[in-house]
Design a protein around this ligand. Structure first.
Ligand SMILES: [Zn+2]
Length: 321
């Protein structure tokens, strides 16, 4: 069975303005790199276009008020034919609403393909990214929390327990907050600290019914890749010691790569390949190989493409090169 590469042309219609690191060029670079790599992927990676998410689906996670706030901002941007800032980092343009529905839709499409048996696993080339978006607030380049919405969708479709592994270099404060008291969603984040957004302390282990279902692994800038990997694998082991997932999502930022302009970690494409293989082993033993990986950060175009391709090769059961 195939690995899916899920995207949608509307993801490009979210315009963040000149000089913004989270630009449509990220997906263009990734898509071009995938085209170029196709012969070497031996027919194991299939591109599919996503459907859009519906507003009802966004409301599985987000408040009606948040949807209306983003819609109003997009309308104002369209009215002025310009961009509108929701915060210093987070921008909307006239095309942002369609892009946000498409971005979230990539992950819903991937979940559905895994559940109907038409794919083994999937990588979602989504933008705007999602893991900083909370129930009520857009921030950190994120409008809606794509992975969180898809986790709820998977639960509606009969999968109860969800593991989210977030290796974006920033802490996914939105995902943590959404599931903090939820016993059925385990959130594991590895992130540089101190760094944006300032959350993700080790002692934050979940609340109420969700106690023990949140695991933050803050690491200092410059940490050698070997130690990064061993700490992440220990975290995975701890998570799995009392949690058996029915599906694994990866919030797959590639901004922990050596050379990313927004952070100071040291991973290489080979490290992403290795980490992916470990996540696949978990999924093979726990949940019939169900892995849905979703693009979050990663801001140096060539580096992003190289790391994402290594990750996709691992998902497709191919060696690094
Ligand atoms: Zn990030």
């Amino acid at each position: 069975m195939h690995t899916l590469f899920v995207s949608h042309p509307d993801c490009a219609t979210h315009d963040t303005g000149p000089g913004h690191p989270e630009s449509a060029r990220r997906l263009q670079a990734l898509s071009a790199a995938l085209d170029q790599a196709q012969p070497a992927l031996q027919g194991r990676v299939t591109r599919v276009d996503a459907r859009h998410a519906s507003e009802d689906e966004l409301e599985l996670v987000h408040s009606r008020g948040h949807l209306e706030k983003v819609q109003a901002a997009v309308r104002a941007a369209a009215h002025s034919q310009g961009l509108l800032h929701l915060d210093p980092d987070t921008v909307v343009s006239p095309g942002s609403w369609q892009a946000a529905l498409a971005a979230c839709g990539t992950v819903l499409t991937a979940v559905e393909a895994l559940l109907d048996g038409s794919a083994r696993n999937a990588f979602c080339a989504a933008r705007p990214p999602g893991h900083h978006a909370t129930r009520d607030r857009a921030m950190g380049f994120c409008l809606f929390n794509n992975v969180a919405v898809a986790a709820r969708h998977a639960q509606q479709r009969g999968l109860q327990r969800v593991l989210i592994v977030d290796w974006d270099v920033h802490h996914g404060n939105g995902t943590e907050a959404i599931f903090y008291a939820d016993p059925d969603v385990y959130y594991l984040s590895m992130h540089q600290s101190p760094h944006y957004p300032g959350t993700g302390q080790r002692g934050r282990r979940g609340h109420d019914q969700g106690e023990g279902r949140n695991l933050n692994l803050p690491v200092p800038p410059g940490l050698p890749a070997e130690r990064y990997i061993s700490q992440l694998l220990s975290g995975l082991e701890l998570a799995l010691s009392d949690f058996g997932p029915d599906i694994v999502f990866v919030s797959s930022g590639f901004d922990a790569a050596l050379g990313d302009p927004l952070a100071g970690l040291t991973l290489t494409p080979a490290d992403y390949h290795r980490l992916t293989r470990h996540v696949m082993e978990v999924a093979a033993s726990q949940c019939e190989n169900r892995v849905v990986s979703v693009l979050e950060g990663g801001y140096a175009l060539e580096l992003l493409s190289g790391c994402a391709l290594a990750h996709i090769r691992a998902l497709a059961d191919l060696d690094l090169c």
